[in-house]
Ligand binder design. Structure first.
Ligand code: S3P
Length: 435
C-alpha cells in the first residue's frame, strides 16, 4: 500500500524581477541530514544535530528511525536523536518514506543485517522509482528483498550478512550508502568501487560517528562489526537549495548574493565551476571544515554577459540535482546549454528531462529533447507561462527562477512540492527579488 499523504495543490504566481540581492544562511543540507539522522539513530548515545534540514524528506528519515526504535526530539532546527546502539526494532507498521528515495534506498542497507522484516512504502512518485539497484548488492550479501515490479512497496528480510566486493553499475551515492551501511554490519570487509565519484557524505558521516573506512583509488573498504558513537554536529547549508538563488543571481548584471555557512564539499561543488563558466564571479570569504565537510561563506555576482555550457560525463552525475535549474536559465545565456549523460534525470521524483522540456516550451523556449539530456539554444526571451511542477520540488523551484526574467507573470502549479527540500523557498525568493 502506498503512503497516504496527499497535499493540496497550490499555485504561486512569480512576477519578473529587476535584480536579486541579499544574504542568506540556508537550512541544512538534505543529503547530510539524512545520513546524520540514520547514523544517529543507529549509534549509541544521544546526538545533537543543529541546522538540520527543514525539508520533508529528511524528516521522513527521522520518522523511520523513530519507528525503528530511536528516540527523536525536535527543538526548532536542532534535533536530538538517541540511538538504538545498533539494534533496530522490526516495526509492524510500514516504514513510510514519503517522497524520499534517499530514505528508502539508504535505510534498506541499514536494516538488511537486522533480524526481522521491514516493509517500506512511499508516495506515488517514490512508488514508481527503481529499487532493483539496491536489491542486487544486498541480496549478494545475504538479505532478501521483495519488490513490487521493481519498485516499492518493498520488503527487506534482514539477517546475517557476508561482505562483498561490489562494482557500481551506475553512479549513485544512494546505492553506495546502502552497501556501506550493510557492510558496516557484515561479516568481513566489504568494498565498493565507483568509476564516477559520487557525493561522499556517507564516508564523512561514518568517520564522524567513529567508523574506520579506507579509500584506495576508486574503491572504499569498510570492515563489519564497528560500533558508532553519538556526535554533536551542525549541518552545513544545502548547496542544492542554494543553486536556485545562485542561478537567479546570474540572471541580473547588478545582482549580489552572500551565502553564509554553505556546504562546499568538493563532490557537491561542481555547480560553482558551472556558475563561473557561465559568467558568475564567486568570492570565497571564509572556509572551515566540520566532521570532514567543508563549509564556507561565498559571495556571488555576475561579472560579464552569460556565456553557455556543455555538461556531460561525470559532471552530469555530479550536478544531477542542479541540472533542472541550469536548464531553466539556459535560454537567457548567449550560447545555450547542452546536457548529455543525464539519463538518471528520467527516474528522479519525476522524469525531469520530459518536464523541463515541457515547461521550457510552456514559456516559449525552443528546446531539443534527447534520451539522456537536452539542447537549449541561447538568446531566447521567455514569456510568462503555466508551469506543471509534476509534484517535483526541483521543477517547481527551477521554473520560479526562470520566471524572474520572463516577460509577464508565471504560474507555478504544484508549488507546494518545494517543501520536500526547501519549505522557505518562496518566502526567501520574495525577499531577495528586487521588483
Ligand atoms: C542523493 C544522491 C543522488 C541525488 C539525491 C540525493 C544522496 O541520487 O539525486 O537527490 O543524498 O545520496 P542517486 O544516488 O540516485 O544518484
Amino acid at each position: 500500500m502506498a503512503s497516504a499523504t496527499h497535499t493540496q495543490s497550490t499555485t504561486r504566481v512569480i512576477s519578473p524581477a529587476r535584480t536579486l540581492r541579499g544574504s542568506l544562511m540556508l537550512p541544512g543540507d538534505k543529503s547530510i541530514s539524512h545520513r546524520y539522522a540514520m547514523l544517529a539513530g543507529f549509534a549509541s548515545g544521544t546526538s545533537r544535530l543543529s541546522n538540520f534540514s527543514t525539508g520533508a524528506d529528511p524528516h521522513s528519515s527521522l520518522a523511520c528511525m523513530n519507528a525503528l526504535g530511536a528516540k527523536v526530539r525536535r527543538d526548532e532546527r536542532t534535533i536530538e536523536v538517541t540511538g538504538t546502539g545498533g539494534h533496530l526494532h522490526a516495526s509492524h507498521a510500514n516504514l513510510d518514506c514519503g517522497n524520499s528515495g534517499s530514505t528508502m534506498r539508504m535505510l534498506a542497507g541499514l536494516v538488511a543485517a537486522q533480524h526481522g522484516t521491514f516493509t517500506f512504502v512511499g508516495d506515488e512518485s517514490l512508488s514508481r522509482r527503481p529499487m532493483e539497484r539496491i536489491r542486487k548488492p544486498l541480496e549478494q550479501m545475504g538479505a532478501r528483498l521483495t519488490l513490487t515490479d521493481g519498485h516499492a512497496p518493498m520488503t527487506v528480510h534482514g539477517g546475517p550478512l557476508t561482505a562483498i566486493d561490489f562494482e557500481a553499475p551506475i553512479a549513485s551515492a544512494q546505492v553506495k550508502t546502502a552497501v556501506l551501511f550493510a557492510g558496516l554490519q557484515a561479516n568481513g570487509t566489504t568494498s565498493f568501487a565507483e568509476t564516477i565519484r559520487t557525493r561522499d557524505h556517507t564516508e564523512h558521516a561514518l568517520r564522524a560517528f567513529g567508523v574506520e573506512l579506507l579509500r584506495r583509488d576508486d574503491r572504499i573498504y569498510i570492515a563489519g562489526g564497528q560500533k558508532l558513537k553519538a556526535i554533536d554536529a551542525t549541518v552545513p547549508g544545502d548547496i542544492s537549495s542554494a543553486a536556485f538563488f545562485l542561478c537567479a543571481a546570474l540572471l541580473f548584471e547588478d545582482s549580489n548574493l552572500v551565502l553564509d555557512s554553505l556546504g562546499l564539499n568538493p563532490t557537491r561543488a561542481s555547480l560553482l565551476d558551472v556558475i563561473t563558466t557561465l559568467g558568475g564571479q564567486i568570492k570565497v570569504l571564509e572556509v572551515r571544515e566540520e566532521h570532514g565537510e567543508m563549509i564556507g561563506t561565498i559571495q556571488v555576482n555576475r561579472s560579464r554577459s552569460l556565456k553557455g555550457a556543455d555538461i556531460s560525463g561525470a559532471l552530469s552525475a555530479q550536478l544531477i540535482d542542479e541540472l533542472p535549474v541550469i536548464a531553466a536559465i539556459a535560454p537567457y545565456t548567449e550560447e545555450g546549454v547542452r546536457i548529455r549523460d543525464a539519463r538518471e534525470l528520467r527516474v528522479k521524483e519525476s522524469d525531469r528531462i520530459a518536464l523541463v522540456v515541457k515547461n521550457l516550451r510552456a514559456m516559449g523556449a525552443e528546446v531539443t529533447e534527447h534520451d539522456d539530456g537536452m539542447d537549449i539554444p541561447g538568446n531566447q526571451q521567455l514569456h510568462g507561462g503555466v508551469i506543471d511542477s509534476g509534484s517535483d520540488h526541483r521543477i517547481a523551484m527551477a521554473f520560479s527562477i526562470a520566471a524572474l526574467r520572463a516577460s509577464g507573470d508565471t504560474e507555478i502549479h504544484g508549488a507546494e512540492a518545494a517543501s520536500i527540500s526547501f519549505p522557505e523557498f518562496f518566502d526567501w525568493l520574495d525577499e531577495l527579488a528586487v521588483r
